[in-house]
Design a protein around this ligand. Structure first.
Ligand SMILES: [Zn+2]
Ligand SMILES: [Zn+2]
Length: 251
């Protein structure tokens, strides 16, 4: 019998104004990072995890200002708790899916088999069953477009539309600090470009754009953060893999 998690979330303080919240009892391979940036006038939450436990309640000790919540894209591991918050933003291409709780585009529908019970080392609550997992709709979500600014008073993040992994994938970039939140566009692991809403040519174009950013630190949707050299390494690795000629057996 699987035990119940004593506490579903944990958090680490990365800098004075940056926290990483995580769901340690969910399979590390698919576990998404939830980023909290503290600003002067408002705080920013980048992504919201699975939505199997109240993120809003967990964050209540860390929050003392208005909170702007941005989903890097609509997939369930990033959008799960969006419905709990008032000010929620997502790219226009995935706005309808988040507002309506489109389980298919969220990849939460059972047909995708992305949420097996075995991915839960402990349960978020006693009656939890992965086969009944559903991401709640978030009808209050607002649309973001490329070039929009998320202003926290002392820092500002530009929305960069980076389709490919999904049609509404975005990154958030603070030009002043060289800080980049990349969602699932780039992370230090196998990049997923064959999902139902993925387009490989768009993905290549999107990651090529990242080479122009002066991103001193990238905080991705999965796994560890990295510096500019490693961002360039990961981008070039992906491009080279996609542009490599097929070996004779595949032609
Ligand atoms: Zn994703
Ligand atoms: Zn993800």
């Amino acid at each position: 019998m699987t035990l119940i998690a004593p506490r579903w979330f944990t958090h680490d303080r990365i800098h004075d104004d940056l926290y990483r919240i995580s769901e340690p009892y969910y399979n590390w391979f698919n576990r998404a990072n939830i980023w909290l940036v503290r600003g002067r006038d408002a705080d920013l939450l980048v992504d919201t995890g699975l939505g199997v436990s109240s993120l809003k309640l967990y964050l209540s000790d860390l929050l003392d200002k208005p909170l702007k919540v941005v989903a890097s894209h609509v997939h369930f591991d990033h959008s799960g708790s969006c419905h709990e918050f008032e000010q929620v933003f997502i790219h226009a291409n995935e706005h309808e899916a988040l507002c309506n709780g489109d389980q298919d585009l969220m990849l939460a529908a059972p047909i995708h088999q992305f949420v097996p019970q075995t991915d839960f080392e402990r349960l978020p609550y006693a009656e939890f069953s992965a086969s009944e997992y559903v991401v709640s709709a978030c009808p209050q979500a607002k649309r973001l477009n490329h070039g929009d600014i998320i202003d926290l008073g002392d820092k500002a993040f530009e929305v960069i539309h980076l389709p490919g992994h999904s049609s509404g994938s975005i990154g958030l970039y603070d030009h002043k600090a060289g800080q980049f939140f990349s969602g699932d566009v780039v992370y230090d692991g196998e990049l997923l470009d064959e999902l139902p809403d993925s387009v490989i040519d768009d993905y290549i174009t999107s990651v090529e754009r990242l080479l122009d950013l002066k991103a001193e630190e990238t905080h991705p949707g999965h796994y560890r953060s990295f510096d500019r050299d490693h961002l360039h390494f990961l981008v070039k690795k992906y491009i080279n893999a996609k542009k490599a000629p097929l070996c004779p057996s595949q032609q």
